[in-house]
Design a protein around this ligand. Structure first.
Ligand SMILES: [Zn+2]
Length: 292
């Protein structure tokens, strides 16, 4: 999270990242989205590329997409795969439908949220394969933790072995585990499973391409374990509310990031409580203590 503002001004709006994969920027920069949401056209050397994600719904994104497709011989996008239901990933779906009225959307179901956002999507299941041509495939990998409906897409072809990671692994900063729908233990499991895929490249939902996936995922895992150790130390030291723990651990960071940091600390405390290592009182805000 702390370095999300890097790369914002010089981040390209469109990029040809490989023969197969092009990137269109969602044009929604912020402290939480870095340069903005990345959307990806996959299979650009085929007649019917697939789109992954749609940004938050900025008109500039739709213009960039339209202009880029025109430059590339106007291939027709017939399918759009969503990594998850957060607004900065599905918000452009309506604009995309205006460009391609016949488009079909796909996402993993999240019953509590789906339907409230106006997106009609066919369900994705873990392991579903989206074929485009004879020589490559995109395989859905259910990857909960940041959101329960999160899907990564594994691209396997002769040239590249890559993973589209949405918000599970980012090119800038680290992933937020939100109070609504987040689950840190599930997230850590997801990271361990993604590590086993042994991909060569990651195309993240925010920030630049990651060409050292193993190091990046191992860093994410060790970062969380280190954070957990810090929180246990804070509890030992008598700081027993989320706010007190955030103020101590994140004292170097601007206060406008403390709310997001509070979500992260809360996610750790939820996990520790589920594991029977921490208890919480019914107070508002709750008081946490180590279980002895
Ligand atoms: Zn998200």
């Amino acid at each position: 999270m702390p370095d999300v503002l890097q790369h914002v001004s010089d981040f390209p709006k469109t990029a040809r990242l490989s023969e197969r994969v092009h990137r269109i920027l969602g044009m929604n920069p912020s402290p939480f989205t870095g340069p903005g949401t990345n959307t990806y056209l996959v299979g650009m050397n085929s007649r019917f590329p697939v789109l992954i994600d749609t940004g938050i719904g900025k008109p500039e994104w739709r213009e960039l997409l339209e202009g880029h497709l025109a430059q590339c011989g106007s291939p027709r996008v017939t399918r759009c795969l969503m990594t998850h239901a957060h607004p900065d990933h599905i918000g452009g779906a309506g604009d995309l439908r205006k460009l391609f009225p016949q488009i079909e959307f796909y996402k993993y179901p999240w019953p509590e949220v789906d339907g409230g956002n106006g997106l009609e999507a066919a369900p994705i299941s873990d392991g579903d394969v989206f074929w485009e041509g004879e020589d490559f495939m995109l395989k859905a990998v259910h990857s909960p933790g940041h959101a329960p409906d999160h899907i990564c897409f594994h691209l396997v072809d002769a040239e590249e072995d890559a993973l589209f990671t949405g918000d599970v692994v980012l090119g800038v900063g680290t992933t937020v585990i939100p109070r609504a729908g987040g689950d840190l233990a599930a997230y850590l499991d997801t990271l361990r499973r993604l590590l086993e895929l042994n991909v060569k490249r990651i195309y993240p939902g925010h920030g630049p391409v990651i060409d050292n996936p193993r190091e990046k995922i191992e860093f994410y895992l060790s970062h969380r374990l280190e954070r957990e150790r810090q929180i246990l130390t804070e509890l030992e030291g008598g700081r027993n509310t989320v706010v007190a723990i955030v103020k101590s651990i994140y004292r170097e960071y601007p206060e406008n990031l403390h709310a997001a940091a509070g979500q992260s600390v809360g996610a750790h405390l939820d996990k520790l409580e589920n594991e029977g290592r921490v208890t919480r009182t019914q107070d508002d805000p709750p008081i946490f203590s180590l279980k002895t």
